[in-house]
Design a protein. Structure first.
Length: 343
């Protein structure tokens, strides 16, 4: 739990009534952006491994990865990402909708010396003993530390998150689709109220309850990025100090103990509900495709694919739009929510 003077980092919400207010214009939909953060998920994977008993919804995921944890990489990152509290902001660069894991890794290799020095320094003042000495050695050789951290992140990504990224990303994007639709239909205030029990809309601001830190940020020029998380443990965290984009990490909806179910099991679950053909079409509808492409990808006649698309469209799971002479089909927010909930 961190006071404002300690700067640009994530702070976990808790029970004391302290607030960060992200001030927004109530009707300014453009002030709200959504993003995904592979780095945030990797950091919280490290936290789950340190205190698995506190994260029962992650036990299914944990069973699938615990025998493949790269020990040296884990120990290095665990020096910087402890069980709770502060961890360096350079792990969670400004999230965007299309941020890919490779982009996140590349950014780690380009963290400016000054930012690296500041964030590692914050770890030092929160550390004692061998951990403090190890981080001080990183500060003595920033280029080497940067390379070691990036290499360790990539190892942890490959072992812990990449194997379940399709399932994890599906939940994140389903959550975003539902939240974005809520803004369009009910407004920012109603969407904000549904993010988490510690988040509310209060007098023109998206208010987040924290532990000891209070702050008011005027986001009417910069906006705010909302980032759902699967491995984040049911809590909200914020980034508030420049140069970071004001960011709120919140728990994604639809996270159950079975969220890491593999793609085959997901397809089977949807097939039981919709039938195999329509389930396959819906699962592949994350990007817009023509009727012919849907038919080819599904191994169906065009007329059969068109019939299934009609059923999915009438159920509100797929939207169709004309692009010249072509008709393009893509999952709706309701379709995204159904796919996410099936995990």
């Amino acid at each position: 739990m961190e006071p404002a003077t300690l700067g640009r980092h994530a702070r976990e919400t808790a029970t004391q009534r302290r607030y960060v207010d992200f001030r927004l214009a109530p009707g300014d939909v453009s002030a709200i952006r959504f993003g995904v953060s592979p780095g945030h998920e990797v950091c919280h994977a490290v936290r789950v491994l340190q205190r698995p008993a506190e994260h029962p919804l992650q036990w299914g995921w944990l069973r699938s990865v615990r025998d493949h944890v790269p020990r040296e990489a884990f120990e290095l990152v665990a020096l910087l990402v402890r069980e709770s509290g502060y961890f360096p902001d350079f792990f969670t660069t400004t999230p965007t909708w299309d941020l890919e894991p490779a982009d996140e890794a590349a950014r780690l290799r380009e963290v400016p010396d000054e930012l690296l020095r500041v964030d590692l320094g914050k770890v030092v003042v929160r550390s004692t003993g061998a951990r403090r000495q190890a981080v001080l050695r990183m500060l003595d050789d920033l280029p080497r530390a940067r390379a070691m951290i990036a290499d360790a992140w990539l190892e942890l990504w490959a072992a812990l998150v990449e194997p379940v990224w399709p399932q994890l990303e599906r939940i994140l994007r389903a959550d975003i689709a539902v939240r974005a639709r809520r803004i369009a239909t009910d407004g920012i205030a109603e969407m904000a109220a549904g993010l988490h029990r510690t988040v509310e809309w209060h007098e023109g601001a998206l208010r987040v309850e924290l532990t000891q830190h209070s702050e008011v940020l005027d986001c009417r020029g910069s906006g705010i990025v909302l980032v759902p998380s699967v491995l984040g443990g049911g809590r909200c965290m914020v980034l508030t100090e420049p140069p970071a984009q004001p960011t709120l990490f919140y728990p994604a909806q639809g996270v159950t103990e079975n969220w890491a179910t593999d793609a085959t099991a997901l397809a089977e679950a949807l097939a039981a509900l919709l039938g195999p053909a329509r389930a396959g079409i819906l699962l592949a509808a994350h990007e817009a495709r023509t009727t012919s492409q849907v038919a080819t990808d599904s191994g169906l006649a065009i007329s059969t694919a068109s019939h299934h698309l009609t059923v999915l469209r009438e159920a509100g799971l797929v939207a169709s739009r004309r692009d010249g002479s072509r008709m393009l089909h893509q999952r709706t927010p309701l379709g995204e929510a159904l796919v996410g909930a099936a995990i």
